[in-house]
Structure formats: C-alpha cells, structure tokens
Design a protein around this ligand. Structure first.
Ligand code: NAD
Length: 264
C-alpha cells in the first residue's frame, strides 16, 4: 500500500495529483480549506480517498491532518505540499493582508507540512518522499506578481534546505521540488484594478492557451517521482531560455530583464 497526502487538493494541480495517485493504486488523503470542493473531488475518486478539510496556514490544522492520515492508514509515503495562492498588482498597492496571505499559504503552509509530517516520517524510518510545489516563477521573478515570486523563491530555498537536513540525519525521506509551468486551474482569481489588470488578463489568456489540465500534468509528476528526480520540471519550455538568461545576467552583473515588460 502507498499513501499520498495532498494539500490544495480541491482543484487544479492538487486534484489532478489526487486522481492520478488513486489511478496508480494509492490511498489518498486530500486536504484543502475549501471543504465542499474537497469532498466533491474525494467523492469522484471513491473509496481510496479521504477528505480532511485543512487550513495549511494553521499549524494545528496541519497537525490534525497528519493525525487523521496516520489514524486512517498507519503510514504516509508521499506528501505533496501543494496548496498555493497567487495575487497580482503593484507591490506597493497590494493590500497588507493579501501580502500576508501569500506568505502564510505559500511559505508557512509548507513549513507547517514539514513540521507536522517530518517527525512522523523520521520515526517510521522507511522510504518516503516530500514534494513541495513552487513554480517556474520560483526561478524567474515576475513584476506585478511580487507576492508570488517572493514566496515561490522561498519555497525553492526551503525545499533545498530540507533535502540537505534530511541527508545530514541520513533519513530515508527523499525530497522533490515541483516547478509547474502553465496549468489550467483557479489560481488567477480576482484581477487587480488599473494597469496590472492588463497583465492579469494576459496571464489568464496564457494559461488558457498553453496550460495543461491538472489531469494531463499529474502523470508527468508521478513519472518523475518514479525516476527519483529532485527537480520536477515537467514543462521545461516554460523555464528556458529565461532561467539561463537570468543566470547569465547575474554572472555578468547586468541589470535584470523582465518578462512582459518593454525595455527602454
Ligand atoms: N496553475 C499554474 O499554472 C501553476 C504554475 C506554477 C505553480 N503552480 C502552483 O501549483 C499549486 C496548485 O495551484 P493550482 O494552479 O492548482 O491552483 P488552484 O487555485 O486551482 O488550487 C490551489 C488550491 O489550494 C487551496 N488553498 C488555498 N489556500 C489554502 C489554505 N490556506 N489551506 C488549504 N488549502 C488552501 C485552494 O482552495 C485550492 O483548492 C500552487 O502552489 C501554485 O502556486 C500553479
């Protein structure tokens, strides 16, 4: 038996991961703060799915998720810290609470997952894997998406720190960093007012035109997990040439260049 716990499983990428895990014969524990949508996804999967409404920003809620997963199955083999939010706008106009929500969900959410599950996984002393969802945006900063860029860069760093620490203690827990490109989902919600609205709409159009569905995306993730990959970047075309250009810009001490921003 393999048991997968997936946060942000009520829609988009998380729901796709949950369905694919079940298709591959796993038991799935689905977590999301949207309890109604979560139960719908779980019902669609059937007996292999357990829905545990969870707010990843709340350590007690994530602790309760871990307790529920171990109570139901006695083990966890795969943890996807996948819940995430995105907001657009000028960094000085984005309300303080929106900034805080991005930090709370995209960074503290992963920290809460690590703090609740790693001690249990270490105690179990058997092979397991933690997959943290960042984004190609965790390697390529995007103006008008500062809360997203900042938190996804943090997720990349946090995941590498975790991988190194688990090596130090010689644990059997493997780690992966998942960096999706465009995937059709509910991630772009309310457009901001003013100039940033055009940017928001351009991003929504890009997602609609080029995005995979969650169900197309998920098998690529599980295939990479089977290959034991740390860097899971199923759509490398979304990362390059931007990533190489950025590295060159830094190495050569040139000023940054920006996606969708006209040069003078
Ligand atoms: N869709 C893309 O193009 C894309 C690209 C790169 C990275 N990602 C990342 O993939 C992950 C999944 O996003 P998605 O695109 O499926 O978006 P989505 O909005 O469809 O799904 C995110 C889920 O997280 C849940 N969530 C939000 N706050 C939560 C909280 N406090 N506690 C528990 N659940 C919470 C939402 O209810 C939602 O169901 C995110 O981390 C996102 O940043 C998405």
């Amino acid at each position: 038996m393999t048991v997968a716990v997936i946060t942000g499983a009520a829609g988009g990428i998380g729901a796709g991961l949950a369905r694919e895990a079940a298709r591959r014969g796993m038991q799935v524990v689905l977590a999301d703060r949207d309890a109604d949508a979560l139960r719908e996804v779980a019902a669609g999967i059937g007996a292999a799915a357990l829905a545990v409404p969870t707010d990843v920003t709340d350590p007690a809620s994530v602790e309760a998720l871990a307790e529920a997963a171990y109570a139901a199955h006695g083990q966890v083999d795969l943890l996807f810290n996948n819940a995430g939010v995105l907001s657009t706008g000028f960094s000085w106009e984005i309300p303080a609470e929106t900034w805080q929500r991005s930090l709370d969900v995209n960074v503290t959410g992963i920290i809460n997952g690590i703090r609740a599950f790693v001690p249990r996984l270490l105690a179990a002393d058997r092979p397991a894997r933690i997959v943290n969802t960042a984004s190609v945006g965790g390697f390529l900063p995007s103006p008008l998406m500062a809360p997203y860029s900042v938190t996804k860069f943090a997720a990349v760093a946090l995941t590498e720190c975790l991988a190194g620490e688990l090596k130090i203690v010689k644990s059997q827990i493997a780690v992966s960093l998942l960096a999706p490109g465009p995937v059709k989902s509910g991630i772009f919600r309310e457009p901001p007012p003013g100039v940033a609205e055009q940017f928001h709409r351009a991003m929504v159009d890009l997602l609609e035109a080029n995005g995979l569905t969650g169900d197309e995306f998920a098998p690529l993730v599980f295939d990479a997990i089977e290959r034991g990959e740390y860097w899971i970047i199923p759509q490398p075309e979304a990362m390059e040439p931007g990533f190489s250009n950025r590295n060159a810009v830094i190495a050569e001490r040139r000023p940054p260049q920006f996606f969708l921003v006209e040069e003078d």
